[in-house]
Design a protein around this ligand. Structure first.
Ligand code: PMP
Length: 442
């Protein structure tokens, strides 16, 4: 039996239901990204503008998925649209080097403190794959430490510790060490017992963009430890790059890693990724006069769409706006307004929990009574289990869509969200929580 929330969702989204029936005959689970699975069916969108998007049933939605975090300027920013329109008419792929890639690369160098040199890719997954490869080539070591729940894309190495491991050779998984975050003594002990660790990779605000938050002091501790032990420290800034600050989490926290992976905002809403870092590590790609070195030590790197002109112009436009206008400040201010509104709402409705998060990333943590600074909120495993309750959060997601908001318990803000959008969102969340409460779930 459908709940009242599910029934309303079904009634409001007949066009999406119909398309999902077709899509299930084409795609596994009927979707093209595991994260877009939604029961009873996901929404099908037609277009977006600024902070809003519309579904096939004509519902206007305030969007907090914001292109999986890539659209800090909101949907279809006019400058990005103009740049892409112009470029599409004069060449989307010239099979040659270009001024565009130079400008795009310079912007990354200017903004990201660790970026002495870099290479472009087409996605974050490619960037972390290359980062691990370079770190292994540079150190001549094979193991990599990652942290529980930290997401770095879907390639075989970084999948370690998660689900969906089918098809990955156990030899591959055995090169990965998965540790709990926030406890430097565990990392130190692991390095003492293992002299074959090439690198440590970390999401610098914590797993799932910061849902399982990292204490900033842990980043400092990792930096000190990896420097002492000569292990390459990789910040995966695919989400946090150009978002937590113009220079990413590393500039915000003042901790410079050896390598940085980027994507999302980097491509201005088009596919793009990059791995940047110390010149001597990134230069593992460079060919030398030594055939033996070129065969066995050098890291080969191709990729048809690396630094393609369309992604480059979108990326340049976005990064120039980030560099020269208050994009981050605006998105952060909207995030603060959302957090304040949600925390008031929780107090008024007497729901235990908080809304917290760094910069323009906002999380709603329901059910667990706790104290935090509303920015970096580190919960115990038991508290995380309560806040992640799939039944309650699943109903809340559907209720939010019924009330015109696309979010999970995570909200990724853009500079296009206006104060009015935030106020509407808080109201919509209030209505949604009341509906979830009527099911006895909060
Ligand atoms: N790293 C992090 C921290 C991510 O959040 C993601 C994607 N959400 C990736 C890597 C993978 O990026 P992509 O989806 O572009 O392959």
């Amino acid at each position: 039996m459908a709940t009242t929330i599910e029934q309303r969702y079904i009634d409001m989204h007949p066009g999406s239901a119909e398309r999902h029936t077709k899509a299930k005959e084409i795609f596994p689970d009927g979707v093209t990204h595991d994260g877009r699975r939604l029961s009873p069916f996901p929404i099908y969108a037609t277009h977006g503008m600024g902070p809003h998007k519309w579904d096939v049933d004509g519902n206007r939605i305030i969007d907090y998925w914001t292109g999986h975090g890539s659209l800090i300027l909101g949907h279809s920013h006019p400058d990005v649209v103009a740049a892409v329109r112009e470029q599409v008419g004069i060449g989307t792929h010239l099979s040659a080097s270009s001024d565009l890639e130079i400008r795009w690369g310079q912007l990354v160098q200017e903004l990201i403190p660790s970026a002495e040199k870099l290479r472009f890719h087409s996605s974050g997954t490619e960037a972390t794959l290359m980062a691990l490869r370079m770190a292994r080539a540079y150190t001549g070591k094979s193991k990599v430490i990652k942290f529980e729940e930290h997401f770095h894309g879907w390639h075989d190495y970084v999948a370690a510790g998660g689900g969906g491991l089918g098809g990955i050779p156990k030899e591959t998984l055995s090169t990965m060490i998965v540790l709990p975050s926030n406890d430097i003594s565990v990392v130190e002990k692991t390095l003492q017992e293992n002299d074959d660790v090439a690198a440590i990779i970390v999401e610098p605000t914590g797993a799932h963009m910061g849902l399982n938050a990292i204490r900033p002091s842990f980043l400092n501790e990792l930096r000190e430890l990896t420097e002492r032990r000569e292990v390459v420290l990789i910040f995966d800034e695919v989400v946090t790059g150009f978002r937590i600050s113009k220079g990413g989490a590393q500039a915000h926290y003042g901790v410079t890693p050896d390598m940085t992976t980027m994507a999302k905002i980097l491509g201005g809403g088009l596919p793009g990724g990059a791995v940047a870092g110390k010149a001597e590590i990134i230069n593992m790609i460079e060919a030398t006069d030594d055939p033996e070195y070129n065969q066995w030590r050098r890291v080969g790197h191709n990729g048809t769409f690396n630094a393609n002109p369309l992604s480059a112009v979108a990326g340049i436009t976005a990064l120039e706006l980030v560099a020269t206008t208050p994009v981050n400040e605006t998105a952060n201010a909207r995030a603060s307004r959302l957090k304040a509104g949600l925390n008031d709402l929780l107090t008024k409705m007497e729901i235990p929990g908080c809304s917290s998060g760094v910069a323009s990333l906002v999380f709603l943590r329901l059910g667990a009574d706790h104290e935090c600074d509303k920015e970096v909120c580190v919960l115990s495993d038991e508290q995380m289990r309560i806040t992640n309750d799939p039944e309650r959060n699943g109903q809340l997601n559907l209720a939010l869509l019924n009330n015109g908001v696309h979010a999970t318990t995570r909200f990724i803000l853009s500079a296009a969200h206006e104060e009015q959008d935030i106020d509407e969102t808080v109201e919509a969340i209030g209505r949604s929580l009341t509906e979830v409460r009527s099911l006895g779930l909060v």
